[in-house]
Design a protein around this ligand. Structure first.
Ligand SMILES: Cc1cc2nc3c(=O)[nH]c(=O)nc-3n(C[C@H](O)[C@H](O)[C@H](O)COP(=O)(O)O)c2cc1C
Length: 185
């Protein structure tokens, strides 16, 4: 299996980067292959613009989007790693999704509202969140909404049927804690 890991965090010392590295190590150890799409390091432009809209009129798909779609074509699973921002995803990743998983390539809402144009893939979301597990409990309903939106409203449209979304609570300040326990992260 080939896994595309999409990482949305500018800091190489962040918990998100550490998680992405660990996940990729695990993928390789299990005998699979992986590729990292480090959106900040690669300076991905998350702004959905007229150039994106022009595809609907038959104009060429922007080159940066073709590059991302080619990466997706090659993979059997996508893992998105991103910090929770205001009970949502960072604008960088949101823009990557909005631009890359485009109408006519990822999904087709004209004939069948729910039809995906993509093959079935596995999706994983690993989401560091600042809130500690004890303080997360009051947000159970919000968590349900996030899962619903991402499982149905995002991944569902793109053909993923096998979906795994994990919140990694208590991540704030992890660098100090990780370094102090000397796990080499
Ligand atoms: C703009 C912003 C919004 C955030 N919103 C939330 C939030 O809604 N809930 C939460 O638990 N943590 C929130 N946090 C905390 C981050 O999720 C936390 O700092 C991050 O997961 C730490 O991991 P990192 O080292 O990868 O940045 C927010 C942080 C920022 C910068």
């Amino acid at each position: 299996m080939h896994v595309l890991v999409v990482l949305s965090h500018p800091d190489k010392n962040s918990f998100s980067h550490a998680i992405a590295r660990h996940f990729m190590n695990g993928v390789e150890e299990a005998g699979h292959t992986s590729e990292l799409a480090d959106l900040h390091a690669e300076d991905f432009d998350p702004r959905w613009s007229l150039a994106d809209l022009a595809q609907d009129e038959g104009l060429p798909t922007p080159a940066d989007i073709v590059r991302e779609q080619t990466r997706i074509d090659k993979c059997d699973a996508v893992c998105m790693v991103f910090p929770l921002f205001w009970f949502g995803m960072p604008a960088m990743l949101k823009g990557w999704i909005d631009r890359v998983w485009s109408w006519g390539w990822a999904y087709d809402q004209l004939d069948n509202h729910n039809k995906s144009l993509q093959k079935d893939r596995t999706a994983v979301m690993l989401i560091p969140a600042g809130a500690n597990p004890e303080s997360w409990q009051p947000y159970a309903e919000i968590e349900k909404s996030m899962l619903n939106i991402w499982q149905t409203g995002t991944l569902g449209y793109f053909g993923f049927t096998d979906k795994h979304i994990h919140f990694l609570n208590g991540s704030t300040g992890s660098k100090k804690r990780r370094t102090s326990i000397g796990e080499g992260l």
